[in-house]
Write a protein that binds this ligand. Structure first.
Ligand code: GTP
Ligand code: MG
Ligand code: NA
Length: 342
């Protein structure tokens, strides 16, 4: 097919990188939120998920009104950079379609940057480097939310010089990790060479560029993979207790649809447990799933989405395992065996 009649789902984008590279702040800049400011010690300790509808993304880009975006939005997974949370980086990178590796331009590649790159290489996940904190280059003139080319034009020769050598340094370091890379607007071999996008999570330079790569370029390179299919593919992120809804599990629905009342099997520390979806909840668009807030109730949700599911009997569900739907007439034992296998 030529791709025009396909229904594409939202790409799932996982943000990885060393502690304090600015991953959460990057998302805050896009959401216009302050999740990072509410974190204990400014350190992310939980995996997060935020749905960005295409209308909101469009407003942040320089895209002409008639230009099409083929995906309905973007599901972004925030991960912690602290060394002790490698399990969450593994979880995030296992379920994503594309990753963004945040690198602090003033520090270059650091320990967990390299760990993240190894993870992506091992799992064969494509990624974009967000070369963050460009506003910290000495003498940088702020151009709020400007495309990076425009922001760079406004800088003095000294800033441009510093920018160039720091980019060169990161390109060399990436080469050391086994990746060829280039500034995305100079990249002539996008199939083999990793795109670098300079950004600032504080003043927003380069954010339009990053968003455009994610919603325009990513669907081009993985149209097949992003084609919506009915088969449910769903991973458990976290288990929580909610004062209104009781036990809830935060999940990422990668493909297919979930309905209120669906019979599901989830792995727990006591083995597979079969239960029903009591409530199907999401935060409002642009809001972080893990931050307590107001939830919307749904009868049905289609992938890709970050979802909070209210359930009984799943207090001991295991994060990172698959949620399986048992259709009427399906063999429950087989579903349970499948849940354990994954
Ligand atoms: P962890 O989740 O703990 O791994 O950190 P993180 O990568 O999410 O970084 P975070 O968003 O917590 O930002 C770390 C610090 O860097 C905060 O003080 C931010 O305000 C600051 N910061 C992040 N991005 C930028 C940026 O683009 N420019 C400047 N000047 N500061 C930034
Ligand atoms: Mg963070
Ligand atoms: Na941090």
């Amino acid at each position: 097919t030529n791709g025009t009649d396909r229904e594409l789902r939202a790409p799932i984008c996982c943000i990885l990188g060393h502690v304090d590279a600015g991953k959460t702040k990057l998302l805050d800049c896009i959401r216009r939120s302050n999740v990072q400011g509410g974190e204990a010690g400014g350190i992310t300790q939980q995996i997060g998920a935020t749905y960005l509808p295409v209308e909101n993304i469009r407003k942040r880009t320089s895209l002409k009104a008639e230009a099409t975006i083929k995906v309905p939005g973007l599901l972004v997974i925030d991960t912690p950079g602290h060394q002790s949370f490698s399990n969450m980086r593994l979880r995030g990178s296992s379920l994503c379609d594309i990753a963004v590796v945040a690198v602090d331009i003033t520090r270059g590649l650091e320990k967990q940057t390299i760990e993240s790159l190894d993870l992506l290489k091992h799992r064969n996940v494509r990624f974009i480097v967000a070369l963050n904190k460009v506003d910290r280059l000495y003498g940088w003139k702020t151009c709020p939310n400007a495309p990076i080319a425009k922001a760079l034009k406004n800088q003095s020769d000294d800033v441009q010089k510093e920018f160039k050598w720091r980019v060169t340094e990161v390109v060399t370091q990436l080469k050391g990790s086994g990746f060829n890379s280039a500034l995305y607007y100079e990249n002539k071999k996008v199939k083999e060479v990793v795109n670098i996008v300079p950004t600032s999570s504080v003043s927003g330079e380069g954010i339009p560029d990053l968003l455009l790569l994610l919603v325009r370029w990513v669907p081009e390179i993985m149209m097949e993979r992003l084609t919506y299919v009915n088969t449910v593919e769903c991973t458990v992120l976290e288990v929580n207790e909610d004062k209104d809804f009781g036990t809830t599990i935060d999940v990422v629905l990668i493909n297919g649809a979930l309905r209120r009342g669906d019979r599901i099997v989830v792995c727990t520390k006591q083995g597979p447990v079969t239960t029903n979806i009591r409530y199907l909840l999401t935060p409002y668009p642009m809001k972080e799933l893990k931050v307590k807030g107001v939830y919307k109730q749904h009868e049905e949700l289609k992938a890709a989405q970050g979802i909070k599911i209210a359930v009984r009997g799943l207090q001991h569900a295991i994060a990172g395992t698959a949620l399986i739907v048992v259709k009427p007439g399906n063999d429950l034992e087989r579903a349970e065996a499948a849940a354990v296998q994954e």
